[in-house]
Design a protein around this ligand. Structure first.
Ligand code: BYC
Length: 334
């Protein structure tokens, strides 16, 4: 209901016998692990689905700068400030790699931005939660970047060449981001009783929103089946959420913090933890625009877009003049 219905021929995955010979050849290439490059033939629904996922991923990187940017001026030391500044700058770079990858599919960055600002395209639900204090910056790095890495490492093997190559670069930087968050948490968790309390409170508030980052449970995921058949996605939402929980539990234990889930326990049989699902009604409310910070985040992007208009116009005017000069020089030389 809240999904952009990218048409996959009506009923999800098309059976092989209903595919055209071109579609069959395309699927064979995917199954053989080949990368698809921008100029090559691809089904229109594959192209649209990629634009949707890469575009939303790019928007998440850009909007994701806002909650952390909020703390650059208030970082507790010069070193923490420099580290946070570098991290936020990295996120801008990630957004740019991803917008470039999306552009190779024939959509412009202006179109993607307009779709974000009009609410047609989403960005990750997590960035609609506020960063109230310095411990939240630790929790964002540890949990949010930790969840992002869990999702992004397999995406390095995604079938679309430019997306896969962007993910390889992004993943290198994300591991540094996660470690800087964990380092802040370690300082706080081993600091004064008040600092420890702040670290626990940040974990309490960020735990379930971080679990929501992986998307709805598999039974409610609209795009997973087709996206996985096309290797746009490599794992299901629930598979990655489980891996994230299993990875994070010992990290919380090491910090001496408690994950806010009384149901959390090791399940020997499945070789993973049992845990409580997030409140999905909250997730859908956030997706509909009713999270704590949705309005602020979009307003900030809208203002940035308007404030930058003179600069974009200047660049286009400059490029046009340079083209005209080159054309005139060519004519003169003939
Ligand atoms: N937030 O069919 P489903 C980061 C939407 S941040 C908002 O399962 P799909 C970073 C979904 O788009 C992480 N919307 O979808 C870290 C769909 O609606 P539409 C960004 C969500 O695509 C620190 C509908 O719900 N990472 O990197 O198969 C600092 C149904 O879901 C969310 C990526 O974007 C959500 N959490 O699976 C800065 C990774 N979850 O589009 C930045 C790439 C679901 O039809 N993306 N929805 O309107 C993916 O791997 C997949 O798109 C998802 C969702 C796993 C997120």
């Amino acid at each position: 209901m809240y999904a952009q219905m990218v048409k996959t021929d009506g009923k999800g995955i098309k059976p092989r016998e209903e595919m055209t010979p071109e579609e069959q050849r395309f699927q064979d290439r995917i199954d053989a692990g080949e990368k698809i490059e921008p100029k090559e033939w691809m089904p229109e629904a594959y192209r649209q689905n990629l634009i949707r996922q890469i575009g939303q991923h790019a928007h998440s990187e850009i909007v994701g700068q806002l909650p952390e940017g909020n703390w650059i001026t208030r970082a507790p030391t010069l070193e923490r400030k420099a580290i946070l500044l570098a991290k936020v700058q990295d996120e801008a770079g990630h957004g740019l790699y991803l917008y470039c990858a999306a552009e190779t599919l024939g959509v412009s960055r202006d179109e993607l931005t307009e779709a974000l600002l009009s609410g047609k395209m989403k960005y990750s639900s997590i960035f609609n939660y506020p960063t109230l204090n310095w411990a939240d910056i630790g929790a964002v790095g540890w949990l949010v970047d930790g969840a992002a890495i869990m999702n992004q490492v397999p995406l390095q093997r995604t079938s679309f060449g430019p997306y896969s190559r962007a993910m390889i670069r992004i993943c290198k930087e994300e591991s540094f981001h996660q470690r800087q968050g964990y380092d802040i948490m370690m300082k706080m968790a081993r600091g004064t009783p008040e600092q420890r309390e702040m670290a626990q409170d940040a974990l309490d508030r960020y735990w379930y929103p971080s679990l929501m980052m992986f998307g709805p449970s598999d039974k409610d995921s609209v795009h997973s089946a087709q996206s996985m058949a096309w290797k746009i996605k490599i794992n299901t939402n629930d598979e990655l959420r489980q891996k994230f929980v299993d990875q994070t539990v010992p990290q919380a234990k090491y910090l001496g913090l408690t994950i806010p889930d009384p149901e959390l326990k090791w399940n020997e049989e499945k070789g993973g933890h049992d845990f409580s699902e997030p409140d999905w009604s909250e997730f859908y409310a956030v997706l509909k625009g009713n999270g704590p910070c949705n309005r602020d985040r979009l307003e900030a992007r809208q203002n940035a877009w308007e404030d930058g208009r003179w600069f974009r116009d200047g660049l286009v005017a400059h490029a046009k003049k340079a083209d005209a000069r080159r054309a005139a020089a060519r004519v003169a030389a003939e």
